[in-house]
Design a protein around this ligand. Structure first.
Ligand code: ZN
Length: 153
């Protein structure tokens, strides 16, 4: 029991660190796509901005977030920007699917490599169904923003 409670504590610290000082928070200088997510149950509002690479490589050069949200939502958004900035769109879509699977309790080992250790800290959220939407909100907004990008050439 001690092991699992100290693990929970560690996870809570990871979540608090990210929510208090979210990465990539604030407007981007140049924006190729924007989407917003709103969770009326909790009041979370997250705006996701994307900038793609200029060399037609279809990388997400930068993912930025703005808004006001609870600690779970903000931490999830912060980790998402770290996971997806500088990665390809395909990679990011995989991470979105994997994170969704993680929270919806699908046990399948293959997706774990798509997620960072920090993101795994959010796995505990799945025990609180009302908060799953908080954690997923920024990822759904990222998906909406990606969907607005022009088709791959
Ligand atoms: Zn929330």
């Amino acid at each position: 029991m001690n092991d699992s409670s100290s693990l929970n504590q560690l996870y809570q610290e990871v979540i608090m660190d990210h929510s208090q000082e979210p990465s990539n928070f604030g407007p981007l200088e140049a924006v190729d796509a924007v989407a917003e997510g709103y969770n009326p149950v909790c009041g979370d509002r997250i705006r996701v901005e994307l900038r793609v690479g200029k060399d037609d490589s279809h990388d997400l050069e930068m993912v930025g977030i703005q808004g006001e949200a609870c600690s779970i939502c903000m931490a999830s958004a912060s980790m998402m920007t770290e996971r997806c900035s500088g990665h390809s769109i395909d990679d990011s879509l995989k991470s979105i699917a994997s994170f969704r699977a993680l929270l919806q309790g699908e046990s399948c080992g293959s997706f774990l490599s798509d997620l960072s250790d920090d993101l795994m800290a959010l796995e505990g959220v799945k025990r609180f169904p009302a908060r799953i939407k908080c954690a997923l909100l920024p990822w759904m907004a990222l998906k909406d923003a990606i969907d607005q990008l022009p088709e791959k050439r």
